[in-house]
Design a protein around this ligand. Structure first.
Ligand code: ATP
Ligand code: MG
Length: 346
């Protein structure tokens, strides 16, 4: 029985009211284990006596049940209480968003696979299926949501001093692109980006939403990981191309979500194959890799989206295919993904 075993065991303790556990939230600050005695310090960033009590009770119960453990000491400290330290943890940024029922990030192992295209069309498709939808563009350096959704409207400020998100095609939007003049590049350091994204989640009047989709910037490095910790995510979707899937890049995306304990909702295969004007399929990248990789990784496969010129044009013109022609094959492909997405989330 060592410190790692204790930490692993504590992953079974969920923060009350959340699907995520106290370890992934970074609340477990100190762990010591020796000769059958276990001592744990858990630091909450708010004074929430009920949550503290529940976490303490559950942690004790789980630790006592571990083989070889004879003594358990669990100290749950609350922010504001004398012994609390001011160390900021991810939980600081993770506050409850009462009106939003599910927050889901869209990621990929590699850039340029159509993450933003899928985010935009998935958002519009969910809207088409009757859901209340928001779309948050976390790509600070290269925001593409304003272009793809056809709006550069600036958010207004509500009487409560919150940003009112612009709405396009019935989807509430927030993006750095709305706050910048022309296309000046942003040269920000990590903490600034985190702060901005945090504002995009907390200081935006999202209202009641069934889904808030989060378009992550390309990559699966530390920056993306931090972003995932900034937003209280309920799940992640991974977009891949067939050739990327065959190279195992999907696994990086899966690993990133796993590190912060965000459940993988599934994989979408984009640019799956070509359809010629005569209706023939041309599988330039070897279609089907996404589905196979999903099976290997034991996650759901949410569907495939072929290469259609209309999809790119829709993005460039600011009217996603799901909006301009939901009945045509490109729109249908995204609507199918949206249905699978809804089914997976239950
Ligand atoms: N299924 C598709 N059919 C045709 N074109 C597509 C398809 N999916 C994406 N594209 C085009 O591919 C390009 C890259 O897509 P997109 O910007 O969505 O990728 P991304 O993964 O968000 O990129 P980045 O990593 O830079 O954020 C865009 O021009 C887009 O219109
Ligand atoms: Mg993008």
């Amino acid at each position: 029985m060592n410190e790692d075993d204790v930490k692993n065991a504590l992953k079974a303790v969920k923060y009350p009211g959340y699907s995520r556990d106290i370890v992934s939230f970074g609340l477990v600050k100190e762990v010591a284990a020796k000769d059958g005695a276990v001592s744990v310090v858990i630091q909450l960033t708010a004074a929430t006596p009920e949550a503290a009590e529940q976490i303490k009770a559950e942690s004790e119960q789980i630790l006592r049940a571990l083989p070889g453990v004879k003594m358990v000491y669990v100290d749950v400290r609350q922010q504001g209480s004398p012994r609390a330290t001011a160390a900021p943890g991810p939980w600081n940024q993770q506050q409850r968003l009462p009106g939003i029922s599910k927050i889901v990030a869209v990621a990929s192992g590699k850039g340029g696979v159509g993450k933003s295209t899928v985010s935009v069309n998935l958002a519009c498709a969910l809207k088409h299926l009757g859901a209340r939808v928001g779309l948050l563009d976390c790509d600070i350096y290269g925001p593409s949501i304003p272009l793809m959704m056809g709006t550069r409207e600036r958010p207004t400020i509500s009487p409560e001093e919150k940003m009112v998100p612009p709405v396009s095609h019935g989807v509430k939007l927030m993006s750095m692109g709305f706050l910048l003049d022309n296309d000046q590049p942003v040269i920000w350091r990590g903490p600034m980006i985190m702060k901005t994204i945090q504002q995009f989640v907390m200081a935006v009047e999202w209202g009641e939403l069934d889904f808030l989709l989060v378009d992550l910037p390309p990559g699966t490095g530390d920056a993306q990981l931090s972003l995932c910790q900034t937003v209280p995510l309920d799940g992640g979707v991974i977009v891949t191309t067939p050739q990327e899937a065959s190279l195992g890049v999907v696994r990086k995306g899966i690993a990133m979500f796993q590190k912060v304990n965000v459940p993988i909702l599934g994989i979408v295969e984009n640019m799956s194959y070509f359809t010629t004007p005569t209706g023939d399929r041309v599988e330039i990248f070897g279609h089907g890799g996404g589905r196979e990789e999903a099976k290997r990784q034991k996650v759901s496969f949410l569907g495939e989206v072929p290469i259609f010129t209309e999809i790119r044009e829709g993005g460039d013109q600011g009217t996603p295919v799901v909006v301009s022609a939901p009945e045509r094959p490109p729109g249908q492909a995204f609507l199918k993904v949206a249905q699978a997405f809804k089914d997976t989330l239950g």
